[in-house]
Design a protein around this ligand. Sequence first.
Ligand code: SF4
Length: 344
Amino acid sequence: MSADNLKVNIKALSREERRRKFNEMGLPAYRETQLFSRICKGALGFDECREFSLKLREDLKERFSWEGARVELVQKSSDGTMKFLLEMPGGDKCEAVLMRYSYGNTLCISTQVGCRMGCSFCASTLGGLKRQLAGWEMLDELIACGRHSGLEISRVVLLGSGEPFDNYDELCEFLSLVHDPEGLNLSYRNITVSTCGLIPQMERFAEDFPQVNLAVSLHAASQEEREAIMPIAKVYPLSDLLKACRLHAERTGRRVSYEFALIEGKNDDEGTAKRLAALLKGSLCHVNLIPLNPVEETGLSGSGQRTASRFMRILEAEGIAVTLRRSLGRDIDAACGQLRNKHI
Ligand code: SF4
């Protein structure tokens, strides 16, 4: 084991813990602020902390290691989407996807290594949950992808591998870190957390982070259909989930987004669209229709343009706010979990 392995990773400490350690070393609190700011700007080690004297950098190197997310592989799509395979401390791999929109660059990050929710259309869950990601590691995904791409990332969605509410405390830590004015200072309004429907955590979240956008992965318009593709529906039935979403919108004054992956021949017919419209009519919401990115391992593929447009028109006719999104990155391993599965 190298001496570095025995040292405490400076990036893995909370800001409070770091201040305490610095205090023990006789350093003023502003030194921690400078360090946090450098971490958020993508510094790769103490040598890039130029406000520190050479002596202080050496002292810090003696006591602490500097480890974080490392970009191992990048796939670039012809539509500008970039998919990153990241190696996390300890060697686990996770993914992040950078999407280029006219209103800014959005990064979709992972909250867990793998996932235990078992959705039938998703590559992330095929090997189960390997481990939780810490809040600082989620932040580091953002920092590493920003540094590697050289692009400014103005929005974050937590929709990548993992169920954010299955890792609630670390999710909260991430949100506090990414919003910190001494770091990236990202507005809560530019962050979206997506869940497959863990109702108790949804209720807590409305209290803890009312300004963060909530997206719910729905993907079906009846209890029976949802249960068939999303096992979580057996624990939290669709009717309870929709009630919780309405309550969330009431409490926060913010509309809930529903993600609906259109799967060819499974959930893209006229009847499903009509049932969905009936379920959502009158609620403060927005539906995002996204033709599923094909996942080789499951044999499922996304609906064609005509079918997707018909589905959208049915919802529109019932007064539901709906957007048909392009499935970005079709020429790369864009589906959630796909790239990681090829590299573990
Ligand atoms: S869709 Fe989301 S919640 Fe479902 S298995 Fe995949 S990562 Fe997990």
